[in-house]
Every structure is written in structure tokens, then in C-alpha cells.
Design a protein around this ligand. Structure first.
Ligand SMILES: [Fe+2]
Length: 516
């Protein structure tokens, strides 16, 4: 490796994808430290350069071929890196923490004063003989302009990297974060209108509000949502009930150019707010948000129709067997109850409800002769039956929309001890929603009449759940289910008057807890 001698000029590698910034930094460093400078515009170029040995690396965060932090991790695995200075216009707390963890020597937020960089470089190059520093004033001014341009480009990049597949909640949250950064605001919030119910609902904010919705009619936002053009200014009044009064402004959020909500930014410097670059960026962000929300609404409608179709398919499937009629609906409902009892959020409860509805959809592919067989399965028949989670997975695979539901379908017969199927996952390897549906499925199987046996009383289900917690079932899920049973929220058909259907002959098939 390269060893700096006290007399040799310091060697500094500058990594930045923007030519003007690269040359600005080079000029600055060459001037002040008489340094020998190498440059790279991409991480790949930097990697090739690194072998030449440097005393210091100065790198931008986001390069065309990736993120510098990820590259640093990669490089560290192969060689001893010289001190690294990271410069970026977009430093989230996460990035700074990650940079510190990786041993990055200094993190500088753009735009920074050139002296700040020079001081940092000086401190990190201990063997360099001190040079007289004489900055050129015009160089500094040029630097400010360059950084402003770089910052703007960075925001454009940021606006377009808001993930579009993450759901409306994540989209609004990220868009708000970017808006706050563009405006240099202290915070803000976003709310969407629900016109049918005449209200404005809080969807994202830098603080948690005490009230999540307000009446739209008669509120300050009514006009803004009518015209879609006005801008509301805040000063002495709170912008949302419970918030402290703060200087700021509200703009309409649109979808297909129709106003659908409100973006409010608070703690804003009024002079900066008039800045043309900021106005342009904010307009671009709102335009992008329009497209993303519209896209999201379409996706949601599509997902809903796919879900409906699949649920109809499950009903058809269950109609083949009078004993499993409504089984999937009950499993879904019970799974959602268990999820809530475990303190999981509504989104997860809804996920396991739909996952429960669909869990046995793969049985579509199982022949009636096997599916409806009243007696004990042969080994071969059981093997056929065991294919249903995989078949269900294959059915849903083509629908990108139900990715998490698919995991439930595939893994609802896995066991905590790894003896389940199809992938023999164990413990936490099994997605939690699948572990929940597994317990709900077993409870419903035990407490309802089947073609091969009568329903068992709840006491039997309780006993089996306790006995198999930890081996077959997730103990935490079992605990929640037992609490529901204790509170009388689960019923067994064994405790109800028998219907004509179940008075028909049935035969015994053992081991129904592990049945397919
Ligand atoms: Fe199943």
C-alpha cells in the first residue's frame, strides 16, 4: 500500500458524478494543499482508482451506479481504506448513523463552506506540511452556485425515487419528508379529503395529532379544496387542531388535477419560500404525488377485484364439500381476531383475514376423490393433498398484488419444529401471518363437523393447542387464541344442535390437527 512521505504531496481521490463540482473540489484542494488529485465519476471508476493508494477519499453520497455507503462497506472487506469524507445534500439521520458506524471520518452536508471542507481535509492529513491558505473569493462564489445546482438535482432525484409500490401510506409519508426538506421547513402534515363523509383525514405528519380528522365544510380548507389554486398562510392560528401556531402555508394535493387533499409546511422562512427553485421543486413534487396517488388508487381497485375473484373461487371450492362450507371465511375472521388480540395493527389483521380466506385456494388443484374422501388417506393421497399450499402459491404468483397473502397460502402448514410442509421452515422463519392463520385453521378444523368426524368441543381444542404449542404452533399465537376462547369469542359446532347434514354418516380420519 501507499505510504505518504512527509515531503510528497498528499494524494486525494474525489468521487462525484457532476463534472463542475469535481473540478471545483479539485481546484480548491490543489490550491490549498498542493495536493495530487484523482477523480472518479462513478463507483466503478472509484474502485479502479482505489488500488493506486490515496491519503484521503472525498465522495458524494449518491453516484449513478449506487450509494457510496454501500460501496464503502464493499471496499472495506477487501482493503484498508484511507479516511473517507462524505459530502451530500441529503443526509437523513439514518445515513449519518450508518456513515459513523462504517467509520467514515467526516460527514459534510451540502452546501458547506469551502473552509469547512479544507479544515476537515487538513485535520485528516496530519503528515502534510502546513500550507498557506489563500482562497480566491470568486472560487467560493462559484462553489455556492454549484452546490445549489447539485442540491436541486438531488431533490429532483429524490422526488422520483419515492417508491411507487409501497402503498398510499408510505407514499404520502415520503412525499411529506421531501417537501419538508425542499422547503427547509421545521415540519408539516398531509391530509386527504373524504368528500362523501365531508371530512379531512390526517395521513402523514412530522408530529402525532390529537385529532385525526376534521369536518371539511366550514373549515379553512374548504375553499382550497374547491378551487385547488389558493394557498393558505399560517401565522398566529394553528393549522390543525392541537398544533401550535407556526408560520407556514398549505397547498392543495391533486389527483388527476382534482384537489383531493392538503399539504401543509410549517416553520418556514417566508423569504426562502419565495425562492423560485423551491417553488419549482415543490410543484414538481406535487405533480409526482398526483401520479403516484392516481396509480395507487388504480392498484388498490385492481387488487380489490383480484381479491374478489379469488374469494369467489374459494367459495366455489368449498361448495364441493358441504362440511367445509364457510371454513375459509371463519378462518379469516378468527385469524384477524387473534392478530388484534396479539396487539398487531389493523393492516396485519386485514392481511391475515384475507390470507385466511385464501389459505386453501390451492385445493382447487386437488381431485375430488382425494379432497372429499371420507376415510383415512393413503400415503399417496396425503402426498397429493400436501401439494395444495404450493399450488395456491403458484396461482397467486402471477398477481404481483397479493405478495404477502401468498406467503400465508404457501406457509400455513409449516410447523414451529420444522416438520411441516412445503418448505420445512422452522420457528421465526415462518412468516408471522402464516403462523396466525395456521392456528386459526386448526381451531376451525377441530370445532366444526367434517366429512370424516363430528366437531370436537372447545375443551378439546384448548387441550390440543396447549399440547402442540411450541412444536406445531407458535406459543404466542396460541396464548392469544386461548384468551379469545376463554372470553367466549370462539364457538364449536359440537356445542350446537346438530344439523341434518351432519347426521349423515361420517367416518373417522385420525390426526386431524395435522390434516391437510
Ligand atoms: Fe390447508
Amino acid at each position: 500500500t501507499h505510504r505518504p512521505s512527509p515531503k510528497a504531496p498528499p494524494r486525494i481521490l474525489v468521487i462525484d458524478d457532476q463534472g463542475p463540482i469535481r473540478s471545483f473540489l479539485c481546484e480548491l484542494l490543489a490550491h490549498d494543499f498542493n495536493a495530487q488529485i484523482g477523480t472518479a465519476a462513478t463507483l466503478a471508476e472509484a474502485e479502479a482508482q482505489l488500488r493506486k493508494g490515496w491519503d484521503l477519499v472525498i465522495t458524494d453520497m449518491t453516484l449513478p451506479d449506487g450509494n457510496a455507503l454501500e460501496a464503502i462497506t464493499r471496499w472495506q472487506a477487501h482493503e484498508a481504506l484511507p479516511p473517507v469524507v462524505l459530502i451530500s445534500g441529503f443526509l437523513s439521520e439514518d445515513y449519518i448513523a450508518e456513515a459513523k458506524r462504517l467509520g467514515v471520518a467526516e460527514v459534510l452536508a451540502k452546501p458547506f463552506r469551502p473552509e469547512a471542507l479544507l479544515d476537515t481535509v487538513h485535520a485528516l492529513l496530519p503528515k502534510t506540511p502546513q500550507h498557506e491558505r489563500h482562497r480566491l473569493p470568486e472560487l467560493k462564489a462559484l462553489g455556492d452556485d454549484l452546490f445549489a445546482m447539485d442540491r436541486k438535482m438531488g431533490f429532483v432525484f429524490k422526488i422520483f425515487s419515492i417508491p411507487h409500490r409501497e402503498g398510499a401510506h408510505e407514499i404520502t409519508k415520503r412525499a411529506l419528508e421531501v417537501a419538508v426538506q425542499i422547503e427547509g421547513a421545521q415540519g408539516g402534515w398531509m391530509a386527504l379529503a373524504e368528500r362523501a363523509r365531508n371530512r379531512l383525514v390526517w395521513v402523514a405528519g412530522s408530529v402525532e395529532p390529537s385529532v385525526r380528522e376534521i369536518r371539511l365544510a366550514g373549515s379553512k380548507f374548504e375553499a382550497l379544496l374547491e378551487s385547488g389554486e389558493e394557498e393558505l398562510f399560517w401565522d398566529t392560528e394553528p393549522s390543525w387542531p392541537g398544533l401550535a401556531p407556526q408560520q407556514g402555508f398549505s397547498l392543495p394535493i391533486t389527483m388527476q388535477d382534482e384537489p383531493v387533499g392538503v399539504l401543509t409546511l410549517l416553520g418556514v422562512d417566508p423569504a426562502a419560500h419565495r425562492d423560485i427553485d423551491r417553488r419549482q421543486l415543490l410543484a414538481l413534487l406535487l405533480r409526482r404525488l398526483d401520479v403516484l396517488l392516481d396509480n395507487q388508487a388504480m392498484q388498490a381497485a385492481l387488487a380489490e377485484s383480484v381479491r374478489e375473484t379469488l374469494i369467489a373461487l374459494v367459495r366455489t371450492l368449498e361448495a364441493r364439500d358441504r362440511y367445509t362450507k364457510d371454513h375459509s371465511r371463519r378462518v379469516g375472521d378468527l385469524a384477524a381476531k387473534i392478530a388484534r388480540e396479539m396487539g398487531l395493527d389493523e393492516e396485519t389483521a386485514e392481511l391475515v383475514r384475507v390470507g385466511g380466506l385464501l389459505h386453501d385456494i390451492g385445493k382447487v388443484g386437488i381431485p375430488d376423490a382425494v379432497l372429499l374422501k371420507p376415510g383415512r388417506y393413503t400415503e399417496r393421497e396425503f402426498a397429493i393433498m400436501k401439494a395444495h399450499p404450493g399450488i395456491g402459491d403458484a396461482i397467486l404468483k402471477h398477481m404481483d398484488l397479493l405478495v404477502r397473502e401468498r406467503q400465508i397460502v404457501r406457509h400455513h402448514h409449516e410447523r414451529m419444529d420444522g416438520r411441516g410442509y412445503p418448505d420445512r421452515l422452522r420457528g421465526e422463519e415462518i412468516p408471522l401471518p402464516a403462523r396466525i392463520v395456521c392456528v386459526a385453521d386448526a381451531i376451525d378444523a377441530m370445532t366444526t363437523h367434517r366429512v370424516y368426524r363430528k366437531a370436537q368441543p372447545l375443551s378439546f381444542a384448548v387441550e390440543q393447542l396447549r399440547k402442540n404449542a411450541g412444536t406445531q404452533f407458535d406459543p404466542k399465537v396460541v396464548e392469544a387464541a386461548l384468551r379469545l376462547i376463554e372470553r367466549g369469542e370462539v364457538r364449536s359446532q359440537a356445542d350446537e344442535a346438530p344439523s341434518a347434514e351432519i347426521l349423515l354418516p361420517y367416518s373417522a380420519r385420525e390426526d386431524f390437527i395435522t390434516e391437510a
